[in-house]
Every structure is written in C-alpha cells, then in structure tokens.
Design a protein around this ligand. Structure first.
Ligand code: MN
Length: 246
C-alpha cells in the first residue's frame, strides 16, 4: 500500500495512525504544511522506516508563514522530500496570490540549489502557473502533482515536463478525475489519501484507504488489482531511486 501524500501530523491521534500504518505496511509520504511542523512530524516516523517525511509550506498559508522560509532553507539539506508546496488559485486565496508565487518560486530555487528534491505539489485552480514555475526551475528535482485537477491539455504539458502524479479515492470518485487519471503515464502514478483533509462519505480518509483506489484503477488500466499493486510498487521504487540520486 502506498500513500504518497498524507498529513499524518494533522490527524487527532497521529501516533495511532503511524502505528496502524506500520502494522499494515503502508508506505507513506508524510507531508507538512509549515517548516515549523517538520521536526515534530519527522519524530512521528522515528520507528517507521516506510514513512518518509517531507518539508513543506502549503500555498493556502504561505502568506501567514512566508517568514518561515529561512527555517525551510536551514532544514532543506536534511530533507530528501519536499511538500506540500505549490499554488492555490481559488478565489478565497486571491488576496495572497502574489505571496504564494513568491514563496513557491523561492522554494523551487532553494531545491535547485540543494541539488534537486522530489516534491509533492498542490496546483488547485493554478495548474498552468504551477507548470510555468516547474518549467522555469527545471533543476528543482522531480515534481509529483497531487490531486491534479487541471485540463487535459495541462495534463499533457505536465507529463511532457516529466511530472509524476499522486491520485486518491476522492479523485477516482469523480468522472473528471477518472478521465484525467486515464491520460496519465502509468509509470509515473502513485496513490495518495490526502487525509485527513480529503473526505469520503462524511469522514476523513486514512492512509490505508488507498486500497479502495486499486479496483477503479484496474478498470481504467484494463487490468486486475494485483497488477495495479505491482505497477504502483515499481513506480514507488523508481521514484525512491530518483530521490536517492538527487
Ligand atoms: Mn494535502
């Protein structure tokens, strides 16, 4: 099981979630929303080798937390993964757009300077701007677009730029989401929960809920669940190899 984008630190009982992930053998990319949350979130995974912790600064709070960019820079040498970072073009965040662009640009510059990172990216209503930034900072590393919701054209551009994609049960629940997933390069797709933010049937998703993505993925890829599982594991291994080379 692979959950390549979860906010473990934001569950009411993170320690319990980590324990369950360990029991079930879930590989998790544990993303953070602020640099100041990194140390505590990293500590959650001390005895959980399948959990990787990512250093992030979420675009929705970039305006309040841009003062933590210095902390981001000082933590980056030790963080192999970055996320959650990106841009949010929703109307409720319009007033912070300029700051978001500045923060994302700085983060990608820092990643490039550090030799590149695998980074989990938020691109809600901002796919073109996110792709512009990724194109500009081509040595920033390997982007993994999480819960991508752009157009088919933007998706084709993202694929051409070498982006990876993490997709979850919530995305598979919509026909638009499924159509996008069907156009993604199979060898660059991973599953994610985006819990506890992402919800289905009125409750937050758990990292192990990614198993419910296997059957719909099998349908989209005209194969069976076992094969989907095998492909996802291969993809994770490939990305891990990339990350270790960066
Ligand atoms: Mn998220």
């Amino acid at each position: 099981m692979i959950d390549f984008h979860a906010h473990l630190d934001l569950y009411p009982q993170p320690g319990e979630v980590v324990r369950r992930c360990t029991e079930l053998g879930v590989h998790v990319l544990s993303v953070t929303t602020t640099p100041s949350a990194y140390a505590g979130t990293l500590a959650l995974a001390t005895n959980a080798p399948r959990i990787r912790t990512a250093l992030g600064l979420h675009p929705q709070i970039a305006a309040e937390r841009y003062t933590e960019l210095g902390l981001f820079e000082s933590l980056l040498p030790d963080a192999r993964y970055v996320g959650e970072v990106g841009l949010d073009g929703g109307p409720e965040f319009a007033s912070t757009w300029k700051r978001q662009v500045e923060v994302f640009d700085t983060i990608l510059s820092l990643c490039a300077k550090a030799g590149g990172r695998v980074f989990s990216v938020h691109s809600r209503r901002a796919a073109t701007h996110v792709l512009d930034a990724i194109e500009k900072h081509s040595s920033a590393g390997t982007p993994v677009l999480h819960w991508f919701s752009g157009t088919k054209r933007e998706l084709a551009r993202a694929s051409a730029l070498g982006c990876w994609f993490s997709i979850g049960p919530a995305m598979l629940a919509s026909s638009k989401g499924r159509a996008l997933i069907a156009s993604m390069p199979l060898e660059r797709v991973l599953t994610e929960s985006d819990g506890p933010f992402a919800q289905m049937r009125g409750r937050s998703l758990w990292p192990w809920d990614v198993t419910s993505a296997l059957q719909p993925l099998a349908e989209l890829w005209s194969t069976d669940e076992l094969d989907v599982d095998r492909r996802l594991k291969n993809n994770l291994r490939d990305l891990g190899t990339l990350a270790s080379r960066l």
